[in-house]
Design a protein around this ligand. Structure first.
Ligand SMILES: [Ca+2]
Ligand SMILES: [Ca+2]
Length: 218
């Protein structure tokens, strides 16, 4: 593992393939890391000091992982960029142009929280465990195109019911959490009653069936 170290001042790094370095550390000062948008190698940036800038340019990101203290971007070109450090002091430059030697013209500077948002995740919900963000292509103007975050796994909740057995019927409300089914999709769940404080045949009549949640229902 070859590491290129900066100095106590502000440094300008070019993070690209075949540089001979696997890792770049700017150390103290406000350091800028100009990353090749067509990475093919696994490279890492580690910086805990100063206000640091990672220039992504017009990169096509195949997948992303975000967590407290870092991000890992997998490039469509096959490379992988890991950025570690105090993310509250990092800025990411999106778009501009594709030349890692002169990348800062145009584009948009985003904080880490804005970067997390751009890839479809909630920055306030990040923890120590990496969370998968979306894929996307960074446009020249700094917007990200085509991000589709992973759908959240659905959860089912059923409300408790207490009813006088002479009342006739008991109504149980079932709620589908997470994303509602998309057009043409549905979620089905089989249900069956089971004895608890009430006993089948004495206190209630058993029931079974299937519930279906259609498009937009949750
Ligand atoms: Ca430095
Ligand atoms: Ca630094």
């Amino acid at each position: 593992m070859a590491i290129q170290f900066g100095n106590t001042g502000n440094n300008d790094f070019v993070v690209k393939d075949a540089s001979g370095f696997d890792e770049f550390r700017g150390l103290e000062g406000d350091d800028t890391y100009n990353v090749s948008p067509t990475l093919t190698e696994q490279l890492k940036i580690v910086d805990n000091d100063g206000v640091n800038t990672v220039v992504l340019g017009e990169a096509e990101i195949a997948s992303s992982l975000f967590f407290d203290g870092g991000v890992r971007l997998t490039y469509a070109s096959g490379g992988e960029l890991t950025v570690l450090g105090d993310m509250s002091k990092y800025n990411f430059v999106f778009g501009g142009q594709n030349d890692p030697f002169d990348p800062a013209a145009g584009g948009a500077s985003k904080t880490f929280a804005e970067t997390v948002t751009a890839f479809g995740l909630d920055p306030d919900a990040l923890g120590a465990t990496p969370e998968a963000g979306g894929a996307g292509t960074i446009n020249p103007d700094g917007t990200v195109e085509g991000v589709e975050p992973e759908p959240q796994a659905g959860t089912l909740a059923i409300a408790d019911v207490t009813v006088n057995e002479d009342a006739g019927t008991a109504t149980f409300t079932v709620t589908l959490g997470g994303d509602a089914p998309a057009a043409g999709e549905s979620v089905t769940v089989d249900f069956a009653t089971a004895d608890g404080t009430a006993v089948d045949g004495t206190d209630y009549t058993a029931a079974t069936g299937t519930l279906t949640f259609g498009e937009g229902e949750c």
